[in-house]
Design a binder for this molecule. Sequence first.
Ligand code: HEM
Ligand code: HEM
Length: 190
Amino acid sequence: MDTSELHSGRNGARDVRVWDRLVRTVHWGVALIVLVNGFADKPGDAVHTWLGYTAGALVLLRLAWGVIGTRPALFTAFPPSPRRAVRHLRDVMAGSRDTHLSHNPLGALMVYNIWLTLLLLCVSGYMMGTIRFFGVAWVEDMHDLLFDWLMVSVVLHLAGVAFDSWRTKVPLVRAMVTGRKYLPKGVRAE
Ligand code: HEM
Ligand code: HEM
């Protein structure tokens, strides 16, 4: 098969710009910080604190971009809707290969969950440094628990990305690196 044809789209395949630079920078920046803060630096020291707040700031920036950013990045392109998620799951189980230019409805729920968990990690981290909550066990437990939940979420996130790339034959990780989603011939994109 002539791959230049694939990229020119002459056999029905398309290469569509989806994730802008801000989305990609925030994604890989946050992922790196989570790994460093979870496994590499000293919990609670200055590096941990400032990296944590940087991740929080990146999430806030991304949330603003959900209102004023490019089309696939907008909240309206991936609304948090359990009903749509259930319908999507049914379609997938019925063998659908349809894909989405933004996040699919199940992926969308995971994305909102990850953002909320990261913000709560920053809030609980902040609380640990205040006079009122310094040394208070439940606050520390909450920080630990939120991190454990984040790790469960990230594992599910990676499994979801791998499954959907396999199901639709759309290389999703490539899209988060280059910004472009490659849609093979015959794959319908919403
Ligand atoms: C991406 C955000 C963050 C992640 C992934 C993260 C992750 C973690 C992890 C894995 C631990 C070790 C928990 C344990 O087993 O004891 C920890 C501890 C800690 N974190 Fe964070 N953290 C984040 C943000 C923050 C922020 C913003 C602050 C402060 C403002 C903070 C303050 C602390 C403190 C003080 C501890 C030590 C708690 C203790 O003594 O048990 N963290 N964090
Ligand atoms: C701690 C690690 C990670 C976290 C917290 C995380 C979090 C997220 C979040 C919040 C989004 C939504 C992006 C947005 O709309 O702005 C996302 C999307 C995505 N992530 Fe991650 N991610 C992590 C690691 C990874 C890794 C290691 C990969 C690849 C191997 C990956 C691949 C993707 C892909 C492909 C998407 C887009 C999915 C789609 O097309 O709907 N992520 N991730």
